[in-house]
Design a binder for this molecule. Structure first.
Ligand SMILES: Nc1ncnc2c1ncn2[C@@H]1O[C@H](COP(=O)(O)OP(=O)(O)OP(=O)(O)O)[C@@H](O)[C@H]1O
Length: 229
């Protein structure tokens, strides 16, 4: 079964159609980039996937959810099956890394202290920050904060990672390291859907790329000379 199966979907913001009657499909384990000019609809499409924006029309299925008919309780269920990573990390700045991660686990039903501790250590190891538990977010570099945000996204072992410009605030070297991490996560079997402006990075880490243009999604042929024009 496809992870994403959109047919004739329309997405609107403030009464304006941003993407109109487009199709979009993603298969399990795919790593998909979304590109397109500012305002072309990348974030709107990702918001639709994590249940913040309801499609205004069409047939929009994500995992086992029909996004056009999603009620609040189902939105919460859906969000447990996806990990979301943002450009600006969105860590809670008033508490350390451990508490940031604990907060999410408790909010998603984890009760046993030893399970919580074990899981937090596991995800921190996965993002190569085994000693970060006691650090406050402001004591970490941008790249390290994004690693913590990725660790947070992995906590509930989601099927899909949705990332909106995850390297947008990072320098080129840190970007490479974060991309390598996201690719590795993809290789371990998770589906990754990621919006980006950074075409150099796509060349370095090539994968299926879709462009938001003229209200539709177009497959980009990365080997074409005009791939990013
Ligand atoms: N909350 C909102 N209310 C009204 N219009 C909005 C809202 N959010 C976005 N828009 C509009 O929807 C369109 C698509 O925006 P969106 O953020 O999806 O684009 P984007 O491709 O992600 O852009 P960027 O690359 O700048 O992040 C834009 O015209 C934007 O102004």
């Amino acid at each position: 079964m496809s992870v994403v199966a959109f047919h004739n979907v329309t997405i609107s913001q403030g009464g304006n159609e941003v993407l109109r009657m487009f199709d979009f499909s993603v298969e399990p384990g795919e790593f998909v980039y979304l590109i397109g000019k500012t305002g072309s609809g990348k974030s709107s499409l990702l918001k639709t996937l994590y249940g913040e924006l309801k499609p205004s029309g069409g047939d929009a299925n994500f995992l086992e959810y029909n996004l056009t008919k999603l009620r609040k309780r189902k939105i919460l269920q859906l969000r447990r099956k996806i990990g979301i990573v943002f450009q600006d990390f969105q860590l809670l700045t008033d508490r350390n890394v451990y508490s940031n991660l604990e907060f999410v686990l408790k909010a998603t039903g984890w009760k046993k202290k030893s399970d919580i501790k074990h899981r937090i250590n596991e995800v921190l190891l996965q993002v190569d920050l085994p000693d970060a538990s006691n650090k406050m977010p402001h004591q970490l570099s941008g790249g390290e904060q994004q690693r913590v945000a990725i660790a947070r996204a992995l906590l509930n072992d989601p099927e899909v990672i949705v990332a909106d410009e995850p390297t947008g605030n990072l320098d080129p070297q840190t970007t490479d390291a974060i991309m390598a991490l996201l690719f590795e996560i993809g290789q371990r079997g998770k589906t990754v859907i990621m919006a980006t402006h950074d075409y150099e990075m796509i060349k370095k880490f090539p994968s299926r790329t879709l462009k938001c243009i003229g209200g539709k999604l177009e497959e980009v042929n990365l080997t074409a000379e005009d791939a990013f024009s």
